[in-house]
Design a protein around this ligand. Sequence first.
Ligand code: NDP
Length: 282
Amino acid sequence: KILLASICVAFLAAKWTSPRFDADSLKGARVLVTGASTGIGEQMAYHYARFGAKIVITARREKVLQQVVEKCLSLGAQKAFYIAADMANEADPDKVVDYALEKLGGLDYLVLNHIGPSPFDMWKGVVDHTKWLMKVNFFSYIQMAWKALPSLEQNKGSLVVVSSLLGKITSPFVAPYSSTKFALNGFFGSLHHELAMKKSNVSISVCTLGLIDTDSAMEKVRGVTDVPAYPATDAALNIIITGSTRQPELFYPWFTYFIAITKDWFPSVTDYMIQNSYNYIP
Ligand code: NDP
């Protein structure tokens, strides 16, 4: 009980002492958001637009990106552009960053958010899918980060990485996806230390999300689990605030923090709870 109370106090203290979000700081900010044709990325594009940012968005579907850009401009974005790209192609991550640097004249925020589609199912031994997913969900992230770092460094910028609770705890049905998120947490956790040791100007925020009510996520879990899903627009706003206040981590919804830190305390209880949170008949 004392341990739990101490963790709660530490968590609340961290919340209270975190810097205040200044919405005006995003006016005119130059932002690149990936995976912004739909879901959380799309919602982030709209929030940045309302704050008066200059935005470049990317994903594969050009027509959808065009519609999102139009809506961003109507919501108040100072500038909004899109570039269609497939993050499984080796050249595309660099191409996208170059495009954003050219259109915006530099970058203040790089928000890495895209994911490739992946089955929600028992692993069936298809190694090639995991290799492909690693390209989309992991290698493209580190390629874009490297390409954008000089400009972020120049502008005291922020690198925001959208990760998942499934990058902190393991769970059935998501082996390839979970691997890519663990890889992101490992890589950007290490880079966070290196930038701090170099006294870099760039902040890194790694965002741990629980279940969010995007169409793609809901399609997968409907009827399979009763875990509550949280609103994409609220998740998107919390990610933006975390980047803007240069916080190293976000846990959204809040209880994901407790799941992440307590998962190893009673391994057999944790395993039981995880395996029984899904409806599965062998
Ligand atoms: P969505 O599936 O709704 O959106 C994924 C985005 O990535 C789309 O814009 C899609 O657009 C784009 N995309 C897909 N494949 C590629 C590709 N090969 N190259 C470039 N872009 C691609 O995802 P969510 O909004 O649900 O998730 C956003 C982030 O939040 C992800 O990082 C995810 O891991 C994380 N998260 C989400 C949770 C949830 O429950 N929703 C839970 C925990 C974390 P297009 O098809 O046009 O290419």
